[in-house]
Write a protein that binds this ligand. Sequence first.
Ligand SMILES: N[C@@H](CCC(=O)N[C@@H](CS)C(=O)NCC(=O)O)C(=O)O
Length: 223
Amino acid sequence: MLKLWGRPTSARTQKVLWTLAEIGLEFEFILASATMGPGGHVSKGNQPFGIVNTPEYRAKNPNGRVPTIDDDGFVLWESNSIVRYLAMQYGPELLYGNDTRTFASASRWLDWENNELLPPQHEMVMQLVRLPAERRDSGALDDARRTFVHRLQIAEDQLARTRYMAGDRFTFGDIPIGIRVHRWYLFGLEGPSMPNIARWYDELKARPAFQVWTAPPENHLEG
Ligand SMILES: N[C@@H](CCC(=O)N[C@@H](CS)C(=O)NCC(=O)O)C(=O)O
């Protein structure tokens, strides 16, 4: 059975969890992290789940980060590469219509999310959820919020042209941006109206696979 190391509060692990839920693949989930544990973030004095600094884990993933998978001896890290692998191996029709150009287009949105949306949203998560109150900085939060909504406008414009990020069908390219947008709405911060994102987000929320790991607010707001 496929093994996944990670934590449900990690948006990068979430990408893999949602993809696995779409495919309906059984897997073993091993909680692992150097920064988060059952009680929350280490900056608040909590114990991490651990595992990531053991020699056994480092032999699988020398970065000591999550997620990592082991699929019958095939070990892979880097969340976007894991999503692409799972899509090609287990869900080519479901996750990109078994079409190379749709695959490439969906893949582009994975990289875009990683490069553009992740950095400002990581700052928002730290400022709103993870850091202890005395270390929070409202200026840093506001800068991150502004950067995030400015960049998200690119997705809004895309969704004015197509029903989903990579065309008129759901693909794995919707998953990472869907997670960032879900967090954005859960945070409830001020931002411009984005009617196409709102319409697309409603479609994503209606997917049974979204409900499994991504919908629960505690995976985004606790820590
Ligand atoms: N580029 C890597 C980054 C991995 C990464 O930084 N993961 C974070 C969680 S989102 C992590 O491992 N944080 C420290 C920890 O939980 O120990 C990927 O996409 O997989």
